[in-house]
Design a protein around this ligand. Sequence first.
Ligand code: E4P
Length: 214
Amino acid sequence: MKFFIDTANMEEIREAYSLGIIAGVTTNPTLVAKEKNVSFEDRLREITALVPGSVSAEVIALDAEGMIREGRVLAKIAPNITIKVPMTPDGLKAVSVFSKEGIKTNVTLIFSANQALLAARAGASYVSPFLGRLDDIGHNGLELISTIADIFRVHNIESEIIAASIRHPQHVTEAALRGAHIGTMPYKVILQLFNHPLTDKGIEAFLADWNNRG
Ligand code: E4P
Protein backbone atom coordinates (compact mmCIF):
# COMPACT_ATOMS: atom_id res chain seq x y z
CA MET A 1 0.00 0.00 0.00
CA LYS A 2 1.24 3.47 -0.91
CA PHE A 3 0.88 6.52 1.34
CA PHE A 4 -0.94 9.70 0.36
CA ILE A 5 -1.28 12.64 2.74
CA ASP A 6 -4.78 14.05 3.24
CA THR A 7 -4.29 17.79 3.70
CA ALA A 8 -3.98 21.11 1.86
CA ASN A 9 -1.47 22.44 4.39
CA MET A 10 1.89 23.16 2.78
CA GLU A 11 3.98 22.72 5.95
CA GLU A 12 2.48 19.30 6.60
CA ILE A 13 2.97 18.28 2.97
CA ARG A 14 6.61 19.47 3.00
CA GLU A 15 7.37 17.68 6.27
CA ALA A 16 5.67 14.44 5.21
CA TYR A 17 7.24 14.51 1.75
CA SER A 18 10.71 14.91 3.24
CA LEU A 19 10.17 11.56 5.00
CA GLY A 20 10.43 9.91 1.58
CA ILE A 21 7.19 7.95 1.90
CA ILE A 22 4.59 10.18 0.26
CA ALA A 23 3.34 9.11 -3.18
CA GLY A 24 0.50 11.61 -3.51
CA VAL A 25 -1.82 14.14 -1.88
CA THR A 26 -5.58 14.31 -1.46
CA THR A 27 -7.47 17.49 -0.66
CA ASN A 28 -11.17 18.19 -0.20
CA PRO A 29 -13.19 21.43 0.13
CA THR A 30 -13.11 21.25 3.96
CA LEU A 31 -9.31 20.88 4.03
CA VAL A 32 -8.82 23.68 1.47
CA ALA A 33 -11.16 26.01 3.43
CA LYS A 34 -8.81 25.73 6.45
CA GLU A 35 -6.01 27.34 4.41
CA LYS A 36 -6.23 31.12 4.65
CA ASN A 37 -4.80 33.76 2.29
CA VAL A 38 -4.12 31.43 -0.60
CA SER A 39 -6.27 30.57 -3.60
CA PHE A 40 -7.13 26.94 -4.33
CA GLU A 41 -5.33 27.17 -7.69
CA ASP A 42 -2.16 28.64 -6.15
CA ARG A 43 -2.10 26.00 -3.45
CA LEU A 44 -2.45 23.28 -6.10
CA ARG A 45 0.47 24.85 -7.99
CA GLU A 46 2.60 24.73 -4.82
CA ILE A 47 1.67 21.12 -4.05
CA THR A 48 2.17 19.80 -7.58
CA ALA A 49 5.54 21.57 -7.84
CA LEU A 50 6.73 19.61 -4.79
CA VAL A 51 4.99 16.23 -5.09
CA PRO A 52 5.30 14.45 -8.45
CA GLY A 53 2.56 11.87 -7.68
CA SER A 54 -1.22 12.22 -7.91
CA VAL A 55 -2.67 15.39 -6.31
CA SER A 56 -6.46 15.23 -5.92
CA ALA A 57 -8.40 18.47 -6.42
CA GLU A 58 -12.15 18.29 -5.79
CA VAL A 59 -14.78 19.99 -7.93
CA ILE A 60 -17.52 22.01 -6.23
CA ALA A 61 -20.27 21.91 -8.89
CA LEU A 62 -22.94 19.26 -8.45
CA ASP A 63 -24.05 19.01 -12.08
CA ALA A 64 -22.03 17.09 -14.66
CA GLU A 65 -21.57 20.09 -16.95
CA GLY A 66 -20.26 22.25 -14.11
CA MET A 67 -17.95 19.49 -12.85
CA ILE A 68 -16.53 18.98 -16.33
CA ARG A 69 -15.94 22.73 -16.74
CA GLU A 70 -14.22 23.03 -13.32
CA GLY A 71 -12.26 19.81 -13.73
CA ARG A 72 -10.84 20.81 -17.11
CA VAL A 73 -9.55 24.09 -15.64
CA LEU A 74 -8.01 22.36 -12.58
CA ALA A 75 -6.43 19.64 -14.73
CA LYS A 76 -4.53 22.31 -16.68
CA ILE A 77 -2.67 23.41 -13.51
CA ALA A 78 -0.29 20.44 -13.67
CA PRO A 79 -0.09 17.03 -15.33
CA ASN A 80 -0.30 15.25 -11.95
CA ILE A 81 -3.65 16.75 -10.95
CA THR A 82 -6.37 14.15 -10.35
CA ILE A 83 -9.92 15.46 -10.46
CA LYS A 84 -11.89 14.42 -7.41
CA VAL A 85 -15.59 13.96 -8.05
CA PRO A 86 -18.40 12.96 -5.66
CA MET A 87 -20.12 9.59 -6.08
CA THR A 88 -23.35 10.71 -7.80
CA PRO A 89 -24.87 10.02 -11.24
CA ASP A 90 -23.66 13.45 -12.39
CA GLY A 91 -20.24 12.77 -10.88
CA LEU A 92 -19.92 9.56 -12.89
CA LYS A 93 -21.04 11.31 -16.09
CA ALA A 94 -18.15 13.72 -15.53
CA VAL A 95 -15.76 10.84 -14.76
CA SER A 96 -16.59 9.12 -18.04
CA VAL A 97 -15.87 12.36 -19.97
CA PHE A 98 -12.60 12.97 -18.07
CA SER A 99 -11.54 9.38 -18.65
CA LYS A 100 -11.97 9.77 -22.44
CA GLU A 101 -9.92 12.99 -22.26
CA GLY A 102 -7.09 11.27 -20.37
CA ILE A 103 -7.77 13.23 -17.16
CA LYS A 104 -7.28 11.14 -14.01
CA THR A 105 -10.17 10.94 -11.54
CA ASN A 106 -10.77 10.04 -7.93
CA VAL A 107 -14.37 9.20 -7.02
CA THR A 108 -14.91 10.28 -3.44
CA LEU A 109 -17.52 9.69 -0.73
CA ILE A 110 -17.81 5.97 -1.47
CA PHE A 111 -19.65 4.04 1.22
CA SER A 112 -20.68 0.81 -0.57
CA ALA A 113 -19.15 -1.81 -2.85
CA ASN A 114 -21.72 -1.09 -5.56
CA GLN A 115 -20.73 2.58 -5.58
CA ALA A 116 -17.08 1.54 -6.02
CA LEU A 117 -18.00 -0.83 -8.88
CA LEU A 118 -20.04 1.86 -10.62
CA ALA A 119 -17.21 4.38 -10.27
CA ALA A 120 -14.68 1.90 -11.66
CA ARG A 121 -16.89 1.08 -14.64
CA ALA A 122 -17.30 4.80 -15.40
CA GLY A 123 -13.51 4.92 -15.75
CA ALA A 124 -12.36 6.19 -12.34
CA SER A 125 -8.60 6.02 -11.84
CA TYR A 126 -9.15 5.87 -8.07
CA VAL A 127 -12.10 5.08 -5.80
CA SER A 128 -12.14 6.42 -2.24
CA PRO A 129 -14.10 4.44 0.37
CA PHE A 130 -14.33 6.44 3.63
CA LEU A 131 -13.44 4.15 6.56
CA GLY A 132 -13.73 6.48 9.52
CA ARG A 133 -17.09 7.93 8.54
CA LEU A 134 -18.54 4.42 8.18
CA ASP A 135 -17.16 3.43 11.59
CA ASP A 136 -18.72 6.63 13.01
CA ILE A 137 -22.23 5.36 12.15
CA GLY A 138 -21.57 1.86 13.50
CA HIS A 139 -20.70 0.20 10.18
CA ASN A 140 -17.44 -1.60 9.39
CA GLY A 141 -15.29 0.54 7.08
CA LEU A 142 -12.53 -2.06 6.84
CA GLU A 143 -14.95 -4.78 5.70
CA LEU A 144 -15.82 -2.48 2.80
CA ILE A 145 -12.16 -2.31 1.76
CA SER A 146 -11.99 -6.14 1.69
CA THR A 147 -15.18 -6.41 -0.37
CA ILE A 148 -14.10 -3.82 -2.93
CA ALA A 149 -10.63 -5.35 -3.20
CA ASP A 150 -12.16 -8.82 -3.79
CA ILE A 151 -14.54 -7.54 -6.46
CA PHE A 152 -11.80 -5.62 -8.27
CA ARG A 153 -9.54 -8.69 -8.16
CA VAL A 154 -12.22 -11.07 -9.48
CA HIS A 155 -13.06 -8.75 -12.38
CA ASN A 156 -9.53 -7.52 -13.14
CA ILE A 157 -10.54 -3.93 -12.48
CA GLU A 158 -7.62 -1.57 -12.65
CA SER A 159 -9.03 1.36 -10.65
CA GLU A 160 -6.96 1.80 -7.49
CA ILE A 161 -8.57 1.73 -4.05
CA ILE A 162 -7.70 4.67 -1.82
CA ALA A 163 -8.57 3.89 1.81
CA ALA A 164 -9.76 7.33 2.94
CA SER A 165 -11.07 8.87 6.16
CA ILE A 166 -8.32 7.02 8.04
CA ARG A 167 -8.32 7.98 11.72
CA HIS A 168 -5.64 5.85 13.42
CA PRO A 169 -2.71 3.48 12.80
CA GLN A 170 -4.86 0.34 13.06
CA HIS A 171 -6.87 1.55 10.05
CA VAL A 172 -3.58 1.79 8.14
CA THR A 173 -2.39 -1.77 8.91
CA GLU A 174 -5.79 -3.28 8.23
CA ALA A 175 -6.39 -1.33 5.01
CA ALA A 176 -2.98 -2.50 3.73
CA LEU A 177 -3.72 -6.10 4.72
CA ARG A 178 -7.13 -6.06 3.05
CA GLY A 179 -5.81 -4.88 -0.31
CA ALA A 180 -6.14 -1.07 -0.46
CA HIS A 181 -3.60 0.18 -3.02
CA ILE A 182 -3.25 3.51 -1.24
CA GLY A 183 -4.06 4.90 2.19
CA THR A 184 -4.64 8.63 2.47
CA MET A 185 -4.31 10.01 5.98
CA PRO A 186 -3.73 13.18 8.00
CA TYR A 187 -0.15 14.16 8.91
CA LYS A 188 -0.94 13.33 12.55
CA VAL A 189 -1.63 9.68 11.66
CA ILE A 190 1.54 9.47 9.52
CA LEU A 191 3.57 10.55 12.56
CA GLN A 192 1.77 8.05 14.81
CA LEU A 193 2.93 5.24 12.49
CA PHE A 194 6.53 5.87 13.54
CA ASN A 195 5.87 5.41 17.25
CA HIS A 196 6.86 2.39 19.27
CA PRO A 197 7.94 2.58 22.92
CA LEU A 198 10.55 -0.15 22.36
CA THR A 199 12.18 1.95 19.60
CA ASP A 200 12.51 4.90 22.02
CA LYS A 201 13.71 2.62 24.81
CA GLY A 202 16.23 0.96 22.47
CA ILE A 203 17.68 4.30 21.30
CA GLU A 204 17.96 5.45 24.92
CA ALA A 205 19.77 2.24 25.93
CA PHE A 206 22.16 2.36 22.94
CA LEU A 207 23.04 5.97 23.71
CA ALA A 208 23.55 5.29 27.42
CA ASP A 209 25.83 2.32 26.62
CA TRP A 210 27.77 4.40 24.08
CA ASN A 211 28.30 7.22 26.57
CA ASN A 212 29.45 4.79 29.30
CA ARG A 213 31.94 2.94 27.11
CA GLY A 214 35.42 2.55 28.56
C1 E4P B 1 -10.25 11.68 1.31
O1 E4P B 1 -9.95 11.91 0.16
C2 E4P B 1 -10.91 12.64 2.20
O2 E4P B 1 -10.36 13.90 1.99
C3 E4P B 1 -10.70 12.32 3.67
O3 E4P B 1 -10.01 11.12 3.86
C4 E4P B 1 -11.90 12.52 4.53
O4 E4P B 1 -11.56 12.20 5.87
P1 E4P B 1 -12.49 12.59 7.13
O5 E4P B 1 -13.65 11.67 7.13
O6 E4P B 1 -11.60 12.39 8.31
O7 E4P B 1 -12.90 14.03 6.91
